[in-house]
Design a protein around this ligand. Sequence first.
Ligand code: PMP
Length: 427
Amino acid sequence: MEKSLQLFNRASHSIPGGVNSPVRAFKGVGGTPVFMESAKGAYLFDVDGNRYIDYINSWGPMILGHAHPAVTDAVYEQLLKSSSFGAPTELEVDMADLIVKMVPNIDMIRMVNSGTEACMSALRLARAYTGKNKIIKFDGCYHGHADSFLIKSGSGVATLQIQHVPGVTQTTASDTLTANYNDLESVKKIFTEHPNQIAAVFIEPVAGNMGCVPPIHNFLQQLRALCTKENALLVFDEVMTGFRLAPGGAQELYNVKADLLTFGKIIGGGLPVGAYAGSKEIMEKIAPVGNVYQAGTLSGNPLAMAAGLAVLATLHENPAIYSSLETKTKQLGDGLTRVCKEQGVPVTINRVGSMLSVHFTDKPVIDFASAQAADVDRFKKYFHFMLRAGVYLAPSAFESWFICESLSASDIEYTISKTSEFLKTRA
Ligand code: PMP
């Protein structure tokens, strides 16, 4: 770790905390981050020459694995034609058409540069469309770092235990109301207390930012019905789940229709892309058709479109990838459950498709409170044990693991056996 440490020390002088996103710091688990040099398939290689089996996959985008030839070829080919025009391209039309084909229930999509931008723009659009100001979000869900969403947020905000984000004004915060995940009554209560004031309910249809927390039976369906009754838009933040849980994301998997969708991660194939989508009626409120202004110098960037299109087309043409991912993730989840049981260590493993998380607790993890109640100290020791063993987990107990198509059965067996070794240490 010599070179990583040197780089981290250097980075700490010129970059706050030495990282360009707080989730990369090791503050939640202790120690200093590993600096990466390259990656191929399911493996990361650090600057000191160590290899890791990667369960972060760039926090979701690399569903096909790193440096997949379909992606590298497409980006390289585009790079020679210029990396940005600031004018429309055919790639953007191909991308929009393919997404509209893959995702149920959308007519139109607008590209932006990150999941944050997608959620922030969807929020503005929801307010403009409904003429209402307040939104509901769920404790422990993360929708990017726009002011309105940094209230009881998951991901790095939860990892760093930040209760209140300075710089978010009280006025902005007062328009964001929070409910408990998987608790319809808590949502109903907010609607009752704020009649005709709620523009939208934002939700991660499978939460991935407090660990992986699936919706309980019928929760999304009931939430859909409630939003319709209250004239509020239901917004599925599919930044993590989009193209991961199914070609059509959580809407397809759970057969629930949202009014607006946000995307990120896989949609950019590892380049910075986000998007938001919905019906023609709602989407045509956006400028230049309507007055809901939203723009971007690099939106629909050709390199990013080439990478995203290569991944989405691969998924679209090979739907068997989803059953393969399911098999791999089940093998991992079952194996981890088995070794925890053998060692008498309480564990709850949540899994949907290729998202999974390990919570050291004997109670079900169904919301932020139950995720927080797990043994975070044991997770920290587990994280470092696995890192030393060449397995790269998210440096936080409040993040989902992501499984990629390049991960082999023997990588998974190795991960399970190292977990068993860790548990035997009784740490
Ligand atoms: N929504 C969800 C569900 C996310 O998981 C994330 C990022 N982890 C975001 C929004 C924000 O995306 P970005 O980091 O690209 O801004």
